[in-house]
Design a protein around this ligand. Structure first.
Ligand code: C2E
Ligand code: SIN
Ligand code: SIN
Ligand code: FE
Ligand code: FE
Length: 599
């Protein structure tokens, strides 16, 4: 800029004339020619005034070329900014990468006022560039891939430098010229996020139009923005996926811990496997350690075949090899899958394009195989594989857990059987000591349980009743032979000791958790309905039902047996005694049930 002397300009005489006539003149943009012959645009301000006698014409002329340039560039920046703003706000509405690429490409082509273009993205899983979004004739390349360094996009990607072509079909390095119209060229730019190239952008236009330097500048800004946006949405999608993975693992954990039914857990696992790994089919095969056979236990997505009847020995077939080798097996072509003699026929019918068998290993033990297949090509990223293996780990844990619960239940069952046999042994020993007739305890137990069942007790309660009845006189272990086997009446002192036998039973059995619920009979079988029994003098319903029932059965059995202190009564005498004692010694309702039972 700067002020220039009028002497250095020529101007038409008419212009100066007008200067002389008017007092004040201002031209904002006056085309003049410099002395050197250069055309210039100037701002011209002149004023006329009197200085004493002299009329003075003062002219200020300023070259405004620089300012015009600045204005033009500002205008351009503004339109660039507008384009960037429009595009970035469009991008914000995109929820998936695909949608974003489509919008991005559309907007960029709109700004550049052309119809054909593409965005290529690098696919780390296959190490190639794919045509992820295309418009115009680029759609012909939708399913194409380019290696790094190959063709235009591959070169741009590898070099991180843009490449201009006047006409693609005439460029020697272009690969798919058969899919391109003649007369089209353009630019391919790297899409960069920080230092990483994520892909490339093609903007193409028909000759004679060629991309100019201003458009290139704009495109450079746009690709910077696009690269960042692609990077960001990639992270966003990854985050969502990670969240979904966490959800899935939590769902599976919940299924494992809340469901005793392994089939339910398997269903949850297969749901998550097919949903998150985006595969068509999945199955869980379980290894029977005794036979060494893998058997399909649960499956999903099998359309044609029913895997239920399929079994394979470990080491055979793809799944068998995975189990044997403890390694994931991947078969990525239908031809190769078909060749497997065991799973081949099944997978061929299912039209599997890709197949994975992952061994289910928990704590070093192979529990089975997780098998997945897909009917199309699958781009398996490292993350995908990792998640597949995590899911296989969860499946193995689920199986192991179920086995543990089963084993535990089994162990428990066996333990209980062992205890109950011990109790039977004790009961027998007690009978022998008491000089009871053989199997007195077994007899009274059977009868008590029958009546108790009739009176509505559950099987679980009956288990306690059974144990309690068998051990009813265990407290007599604290009574000496001299008293217990005494042929005659007991003295008062002897009765004190004899009356203590239920208390003794309580003291012996209550520390044993397993027998604590069985205490009712040993502790209360000498209580009487009218409250005159021992050891606590309980009355009526204060006496546990099991003990009320047992009391009737025990007295009946005692009366009809020989005792050291007397001979056995007849059945009729005994029954008459029971009837007489109803409502005094015995609960009348129980007596009724007893008569039903002995009928
Ligand atoms: P146990 O022999 O098993 O008798 C259980 C219960 O059956 C007795 O509880 C009693 O209610 C009834 N019972 C048994 N025998 C007779 C009987 O001859 N007449 C009548 N009315 N009821 C009978 P109890 O009376 O509390 O006796 C508890 C335990 O004390 C008896 O068990 C037995 O081992 C012992 N015992 C009872 N009486 C005598 C006795 O006179 N001599 C000896 N040596 N022991 C006795
Ligand atoms: C490119 O060169 O990157 C465009 C695809 C092609 O090779 O035709
Ligand atoms: C989700 O992962 O998207 C939601 C949780 C689920 O149901 O799996
Ligand atoms: Fe007793
Ligand atoms: Fe008895």
């Amino acid at each position: 800029m700067g002020d220039w002397n009028i002497q250095r300009y020529y101007c038409k005489s008419g212009q100066l004339l007008r200067v002389a006539e008017k007092k004040y003149i201002r031209y904002e943009n006056l085309p003049l020619q410099t002395v050197g012959g250069r055309q210039a645009a100037v701002e011209f301000v002149s004023n006329v005034y009197m200085e004493g006698q002299h009329k003075v014409i003062q002219c200020n002329i300023r070259d405004i070329a620089g300012r015009e340039e600045a204005k033009r560039s500002l205008k351009k920046r503004l339109s660039e900014l507008e384009a960037i703003y429009t595009i970035s706000s469009t991008l914000r509405t995109a929820e998936t990468l695909d949608e974003m690429l489509r919008l991005l490409l559309g907007e960029i082509l709109k700004v550049l006022n052309t119809t054909a273009g593409a965005i290529c993205l690098y696919q780390p899983a296959i190490g190639k560039l794919s045509f992820s979004a295309t418009q115009g004739w680029f759609s012909a390349l939708d399913d194409s891939f380019l290696a790094l360094g190959e063709s235009i996009a591959g070169r741009v990607f590898a070099s991180k430098k843009l490449l201009l072509s006047r006409e693609y079909v005439k460029d020697s390095w272009v690969k798919y010229t058969d899919k391109m119209p003649a007369g089209w060229g353009g630019v391919c730019l790297p899409l960069q996020a920080d230092a990483d190239v994520v892909g490339t952008l093609f903007v193409s236009m028909p000759l004679p139009r060629e991309i100019n330097s201003e458009e290139l500048k704009l495109l450079t800004s746009l690709t910077e923005m696009a690269g960042t946006a692609i990077h960001r949405i990639g992270l966003f999608e990854k985050n969502i996926y990670h969240l979904e993975q966490l959800h899935a693992l939590r769902n599976i954990d919940m299924a494992i811990s809340s469901s005793l039914d392994l089939r339910v857990t398997f269903r949850v696992i297969l749901d998550e496997v097919t949903r998150l790994l985006k595969v068509d089919g999945a199955a869980i095969l379980r290894l029977d350690p005794h036979t060494g056979m893998l058997k399909y236990e649960a499956w999903r997505g099998f359309r044609i075949t029913n895997p239920a009847k399929h079994k394979l020995p470990i080491g055979e077939g793809l799944a068998g090899q995975a189990a044997m080798g403890r390694k994931t097996i991947r078969v990525a072509s239908p031809g190769e899958i078909k060749r497997d003699p065991v799973q081949g026929p099944l997978m061929e019918k299912e039209n599997a394009h890709i197949y994975y068998a992952v061994p289910l290993i928990n704590k070093g033990r192979v529990e089975g195989v997780l098998e997945i297949f897909h009917r199309e090509l699958l781009e398996a990223s490292e993350e995908w594989l990792e998640f597949l293996e995590t899911l296989a780990g969860q499946t193995a844990i689920a199986i192991n857990n179920a086995e543990m619960i089963h084993d535990m239940a089994n162990t428990n069952f066996k333990l209980i059987q062992a205890y109950d046999n011990t109790i039977k042994g004790w009961a027998h020993a007690l009978d022998l000591r008491d000089k009871e007739t053989e199997d007195h305890s077994q007899r009274v137990t059977a009868m008590t349980v029958n009546i108790a069942r009739e009176m509505g007790m559950s099987e679980e309660e009956l288990a306690h009743v059974r144990r309690g009845a068998l051990l009813h006189d265990i407290g007599k272990m604290g009574v000496s032979d001299a008293i217990l086997l005494k042929p005659g009446q007991l003295t008062d002192e002897e009765w004190v000791i004899m009356h203590n036998h239920p208390v003794h039973a309580f003291e012996m059995l209550s520390p044993i958790e397993y027998l604590r619920p069985a205490l009712d009979i040993p502790y209360c079988h000498h209580e009487k309905w009218d409250g005159t029994g021992y050891p606590r003098g309980l009355k009526r319903e204060e006496i546990p039902l099991a003990a009320r029932i047992f009391a009737v059965v025990d007295v009946y059995d005692a009366l009809t047996s020989d005792r050291p202190y007397r001979k056995a009564w007849t059945r009729e005498e005994a029954l008459k005694h029971i009837r007489q004692e109803s409502d005094s010694h015995f609960d009348p309702q129980v007596v009724e049930m007893f008569f039903e039972e002995v009928k």
